[in-house]
Write a protein that binds this ligand. Sequence first.
Ligand code: SAH
Ligand code: SF4
Ligand code: F3S
Length: 437
Amino acid sequence: MADAKKLYIKTYGCQMNVYDSERMAEALEGDGYEQTQDMGEADMILLNTCHIREKAAEKVYSDLGRLKPLHDKKPDLKIGVAGCVAQAEGPEIMRRQPMVDLVVGPQTYHRLPEMMKEVDAGRSALDTDFPEEDKFDHLPKRVLPARNPSAFLTVQEGCDKFCAFCVVPYTRGAEVSRPATRILSEAQALVERGVREITLLGQNVNAYHGHERGLAGLIWDLAEIDDLKRIRFTTSHPNDMDDALIHAHGTCEKLMPYLHLPVQSGSDRILKAMNRKHTANQYRDIIARIRDARPDLMFSGDFIVGFPGETDEDFEATMQLVRDVHYGQAYSFKYSARPGTPAAEKEDVPADVATDRLHRLQALLTEQQYQTQADMVGRQVNVLFEKRGRQDGQLIGKSEYLHAVHAEASAELIGTVQPVEITKNMTNSLTGQLVSN
Ligand code: SAH
Ligand code: SF4
Ligand code: F3S
């Protein structure tokens, strides 16, 4: 296409947005847009946004502000805002930044080509419905060769859990599962395009009910696809870790031994105030059952410090839970009051107290992560090579435990799983040597 228009997408937030950005790019391809990595040459810039914490949402407005000079120089440049800020703030975005041409929510981006017609005719377009139709039925088939042997596949969207701090039930709507047959055919198409690892995505992926045997049933069906070597899923809620799923971790070879299982707090009082509907000991018990099924499984988690009413004692309970579980990796955040959520009505913990707690928790989590990586040295892992490394002759891939691993290997091995002996612990990755077989 000689005169293809250029589309630049910036993605904020979670993996579901990464998946959505790919699908939006595909939807716009039919409209004559091809993706560029260079914002300067773009005819359209799309920000796919996140509303989870105040900083994430405000970043969108500061980024829009920074686009202003580019837009002034190039008045034909189209600017769109998608994702969770679009859903939550819709018209407010256009009011604060009138240069924005288009605002589209996470459930309506299959309508992008129609919306672009409006925009091309010089009008602005806004669509933040929760429509009856399923956007996945209206998106183009995925045909391009995969850029990466590891791909995301959204199987479930939305959330009915209503944790007291969280905007997701409002920005993404109620829980909806895609039918298993559709997911299996999308997975098959991905594998034909060269994908070897699929990470099933959902805000509450283990509440998936599009298969009669739930997420475990879907995983077992996916495992039947020969050339699909690895299956992962994220993000899970502790209360939805059912027996079949726990069992699959011990018996399904393609299901990787890594699980992101957020708990948020180790204090029962705070868990109750957060509306998490489980106690710290129930979480410990679920972890123990999963470790029984798969002893080497590595856990990751999410934590919030400084939730309204959190005392030193509550925080200590979180530190204790972290010591008990021992995470391979984890994310921790300072509580951020979000408009419209029940917790936003409550009084905040003083900022310096929350900051101090965050530092202490992060120090502990970093130490655990370092320890976990150091323990890998001398061990043999299996690496799915994804791409060339920065150094000549080096490839980068992921171990079954999701550690990034560098090793000298020929580029033909991209897209294959190889045994690698870990020789060194770098801060954010591991180095290893191919084990010749
Ligand atoms: N559905 C997922 C995660 C959703 S958001 C789950 O339930 O685990 C990702 C993480 O952001 C959450 O796990 C939580 O730790 C954090 N988070 C969500 N809302 C927040 C808020 N208001 N302030 C600080 N962190 C928040
Ligand atoms: Fe948010 Fe809780 Fe739903 Fe996760 S389970 S998306 S934290 S409301
Ligand atoms: Fe953010 Fe929306 Fe994901 S709020 S974390 S982009 S679901």
